[in-house]
Every structure is written in C-alpha cells, then in structure tokens.
Write a protein that binds this ligand. Structure first.
Ligand code: SF4
Length: 75
C-alpha cells in the first residue's frame, strides 16, 4: 500500500473547467485559469482519485511517490 502519492497537473492539457477544484478543493485550485495541486505529495485519499478520474481531458495524474507507479487515471 502506498504511503504517499504525487499529484501532477499537465498545464498543456488543462482547460480550466475547475471540476477538480470543485471535487477536491483541499487538493486543487486554479491559478491563472489553470489547475494546480496545493501540494505535490499527499497522503493517499479517494477524493484525489475522484478528481483525477473526473477531469475531462485527463490532465491530472496520480503516482506512487515511492516507485512512480501510475495510480490514476486508470489506463
Ligand atoms: S478538471 Fe482537468 S481540465 Fe478541469 S481544471 Fe481540473 S485539471 Fe483542468
């Protein structure tokens, strides 16, 4: 079981819908119209996966901070 996840937002993909910030406001906010994670490394939490899965352009990735394994979005 992962003890930490690394959140990434691809600014080239993000179209600023704010869905992630609405789903997980404790993890995402919009800066200049694009999403940024509030913290790059977080404790594992379902709401982070929900935000990644809800992004319509799959701009959010969640990886295991230890081994870089992709956790979300599901391939
Ligand atoms: S849900 Fe995706 S496209 Fe919308 S603001 Fe978040 S990262 Fe950007």
């Amino acid at each position: 079981m992962s003890t930490a996840w690394r959140i990434g937002v691809d600014a080239r993909r993000c179209i600023g819908t704010s869905i992630c910030a609405g789903t997980a406001p404790e993890h995402f906010h919009l800066v200049g119209g694009l999403s940024e994670p509030l913290a790059d490394v977080v404790e594992p939490a379902d709401v982070v996966l929900d935000a990644a899965d809800s992004c319509p352009v799959e701009a959010i990735t969640v990886r295991d901070a230890t081994d870089d394994r992709l956790i979300a979005p599901e391939e």
